[in-house]
Design a protein around this ligand. Structure first.
Ligand code: GAL
Length: 823
């Protein structure tokens, strides 16, 4: 008996020892509760494969400094399991290292396993081999699919458990997500879809992660799954289950970009407004999607037609720089919200509607009260009488009064600095324009001239099925035998190809006849070109290039990619037409580029293929270019300016920078012509700009891709372009501006570089915006420029309070300071 007692005591003690650091994550209908504390949590999405492992500590530190408690990430199935049962968790796919980096910074993590993730990621994160498994049917009650999904989900959960990374094990992960927004597209899946969601829930639960599971945009989420909201605003959202707290997994901080589309922009004022409204209306967890968007390296971008940059206009830009004033304006909001955590999660709530879209919310506990005054009108400012005091609340804004008296924050009043980032030439090169190039042609002879492929079929096959995502490129080749008197030979004829909307290059008898690609917003086109065919044998070779596989929509996985049926030869005879459909001819297929098979992109290219330094071709399609360069000095982020090139793929020292396409100009119709006004509901097109410019001209070259001494850039140019203008540059902060009222404490910072000059400073009633400030008659007695020169120049940052004590008397009703500092 004694033995059993001590045996059980030992087990109990070791249980507690082992779980001594365990974090207990629960919730009630109002809050997430962590170790007994009811929380107001601010989170941000950072996707590990969209940056490099070397960038993670800095990104996460900046997220923490920006006031985040939590980092949210998806898990990218197709990146981790590119070939069935062959896994990759190396370099920027090192999920465990990423989670540990979050832990090292003392932040929590939210793991959105999916494993369908959408995310503007190739095929939404599904591996293409999954599509090619016999009998599979995605996102429904289908054994083949469910087996694979469970296999991958279990693998991830086990990996995480082995490293004790769930909060229940003392790790940072407080929430896990299964599926993604299935509720948005569920209708067409019928009963199978409903059963599938129930299965997802049971499967997830069976994994015993010890933290709550969430499902986003899933109004019928089965208990105990917590249904969460995604959108630009989620203040009106209510989870389906009364014991689920109100959580917002994706607050879109801007939007993604598509080839041919404008540059998205969501104002700091509107983003802060959406967050403040959410907590005014009882939210407990809010996540910025994205907090850092980053880069779609390799062939990871989804689509079709998602750009290589995934900047997203997020609080941290593509390279990791604070996107100011957004980053700083939100940081101040987070401080205020965190200071009210107790009242927000415990207080009695009183909402009062004052009419004209103005409302107040009071959270009160015995000890303290906190208040929100909000004006949801999109044009009319309001003066709100509250507790006997008049508060000025601009249109489309929320004022936060942590003590119900003093306004600590208003979402429309931005005091954080505005940073203007500039591109600087590469000082490590003697002459930045002097990159010297060698080149060689892509070998297309076999396909365009000989029509030789590796696979054959008497039909046109979906590019996904044939290429299995091994490459963007697939050759479709067929022969046509034509008698001399065939109207196609005798008269005028055209080749007509229906395409699923990616890029097509057509060759007839070895000769290039033309290319086509989708216009912005359309997904299908018909290529039609006049051709001269010979009596006897003719060869038609079509090279299709995908630009990211579709990632969203009901049954998006089934969309056929590449060349579609029919492929036709059309003879024009008088007013009539003779059409020959080639779709059921014998077709040969060849996947990929010859240059890639020969690893031309590698620094020490192993193949014997020669590069030529002579007569560098310009505007020649299917061409490889190579140059060497020195890494820019310092540690500012590096980009390569590819203006002058058409479309293709770029590598530095063998690392893929992703697809490039600077010749794709942002469509005039995708920009907003009216001035950008933060007031009123945001949508992805609102405030978008940069039409008429290349959709993406600069491409991120992470510092960790570079080495001392000689570096190599390799380009595969598909359309034809001119590489002579290509330049490496650094992205640095050029100027920093502040424009704030008397009484505010502000900061000016050049982000790790010294402030070199004060270009403008005026305390009084200065007008204009950063870059074009102007003084007015009302100005203080002291010289603001020389005061700030003393205070700031030579330092990396300076902070001070705006007051008459500091800047001298100014005789205007409302006093402001405007400063422009040069970095
Ligand atoms: C959501 C989706 C995300 C992302 C976002 C748009 O619908 O859940 O993965 O695609 O839209 O950026």
């Amino acid at each position: 008996m004694e033995f059993f007692k001590s045996f059980f005591a030992a087990i109990i003690i070791s249980f507690f020892l082992f779980h001594a650091n365990a974090t207990n994550v629960t919730h009630d209908g109002r809050s997430l509760i962590i170790d007994g504390v009811h929380r107001v949590l601010i989170s941000g999405s950072i996707h590990y494969p969209r940056s490099t492992a070397q960038m993670w500590p800095d990104l996460i530190r900046k997220a923490k400094e920006g006031g985040l408690d939590t980092i949210e990430t998806y898990v990218f199935w197709n990146a981790h399991e590119p070939i069935r049962r062959q896994y990759d968790f190396s370099a920027n796919l090192d999920l465990i290292r990423f989670i540990k980096t979050i832990q090292d910074e003392g932040l929590y993590a939210v793991l959105r396993i999916g494993p369908y993730v959408c995310a503007e990621w190739n095929y939404g994160g599904f591996p293409v081999w999954l599509h090619n498994l016999p009998g599979v049917s995605f996102r429904t009650k289908n054994d083949v699919f469910m087996n694979e999904m469970q296999n991958f989900t279990t693998l991830i959960v086990d990996m995480i458990k082995n490293e004790n990374l769930f909060a229940s094990q003392g790790g940072p992960i407080i929430l896990a997500q299964i599926e993604n927004e299935f509720g948005n597209v569920m209708g067409p899946y019928g009963a199978g879809g409903k059963e599938y969601i129930q299965w997802c829930s049971n499967m997830a639960e069976s994994l015993g992660v010890g933290v709550p599971w969430i499902m986003c945009q899933q109004q019928d989420a089965p208990k105990p799954m917590i249904n969460t909201c995604n959108g630009f605003y989620c203040d009106e959202f209510k989870p389906n289950n009364p014991s689920s707290p109100k959580m917002w997994t994706e607050n879109w901080t801007g939007w993604f970009k598509s080839w041919g589309g404008a540059d998205p922009y969501r104002t700091a004022e509107d983003l802060a407004y959406s967050v403040a409204r959410f907590y005014q209306k009882g939210g407990t967890f809010q996540n910025y999607y994205m907090y850092h968007g980053g880069t779609n390296f390799g062939r990871t971008s989804g689509g079709p037609y998602i750009t290589t940059t995934y900047d997203y206009n997020a609080p941290l830009d593509e390279y990791g720089n604070p996107n100011q004033p957004k980053w700083g304006h939100l940081k101040q909001l987070h401080e205020v919200l965190h200071s009210m955590e107790y009242t927000l999660t415990h207080g009695d709530v009183t909402n009062t509607d004052l009419g004209n879209s103005v409302s107040t919310t009071v959270y009160s506990t015995k000890e303290k009260s906190s208040c929100f005054l909000s004006n949801a009108h999109n044009q009319t400012d309001a003066v709100v009488k509250f507790g006997g005091i008049d508060y000025y609340v601009p249109a489309w804004s929320v004022s936060i009064l942590p003590d119900c008296k003093d306004e600590a924050y208003n979402t429309a009043k931005v005091y954080a600095q505005t940073s203007v980032l500039v591109k600087k030439p590469n000082k490590a090169e003697d002459e930045p324009n002097s990159l010297e190039w060698v080149w060689r042609p892509e070998n297309i002879e076999k396909m365009a001239v000989q029509g030789k492929g590796d696979h054959h079929a008497n039909r046109i096959i979906d590019q996904k099925a044939m290429a299995n995502d091994a490459s963007d490129y697939l050759w479709y080749m067929t022969r046509v035998e034509l008698p001399e008197d065939d109207p196609i030979v005798a008269g005028k004829a055209t080749l007509r190809v229906t395409d699923s909307g990616h890029v097509l290059h057509a060759y007839v008898n070895g000769e290039y006849i033309g290319s086509q690609w989708a216009q912005y917003g359309s997904q299908k086109y018909v290529f039609e070109k006049e051709v001269k065919l010979n009596p006897g044998k003719n060869l038609i070779s079509l090279l299709s290039a995908t630009v990211g596989l579709q990632n969203y929509g009901p049954m998006f996985d089934l969309n056929v990619t590449g060349v579609l049926s029919p492929v036709e030869l059309v003879a024009h005879k008088g007013n009539g037409k003779v059409v020959k459909d080639l779709s059921s001819h014998k077709w040969s297929y060849k996947v990929g580029l010859d240059g890639v098979a020969n690893k031309l992109y590698e620094t020490d290219c192993p193949s014997k293929l020669k590069w030529s330094a002579d007569s560098l071709p310009v505007d020649r399609n299917m061409t490889w270019y190579k140059t060497t360069f020195k890494a820019p000095l310092g540690n500012a982020p590096v980009v390569v300016d590819l203006l002058g090139l058409g479309k293709g793929h770029a590598w530095v020292n063998g690392h893929s920078l992703g697809r490039y396409w600077p010749s794709y100009i942002a469509d005039e119709h995708t920009c907003q012509t009216a001035a950008c006004d933060y007031r009123g509901a945001y949508s992805d097109k609102k405030c978008a700009s940069k039409c008429g410019e290349p959709t993406q001209r600069w491409y991120h070259v992470p510092r960790s891709f570079l080495k001392d001494g000689e570096n190599t850039l390799v380009l595969f140019e598909e359309f034809g372009g001119n590489p002579s203008g290509v330049q490496f540059q650094t992205v640095e902060i050029g100027t920093a501006c502040v424009n704030a009222h008397e009484g505010k404490k502000v900061e000016l910072s050049c982000h790790n570089r010294p402030i070199s000059r004060i270009n403008f400073a005026s305390f009084g009633d200065p007008q204009g915006v950063c870059g074009s400030f102007k003084k007015t008659e009302c100005e203080s007695t002291e010289d603001a420029v020389s005061i700030l020169e003393k205070e700031c120049v030579g330092k990396e940052s300076c902070s001070f309070e705006i007051s008459e004590d500091k800047f001298g008397k100014a005789y205007c009703a409302i006093k402001r300071l405007a400063v422009e500092a040069v970095c």
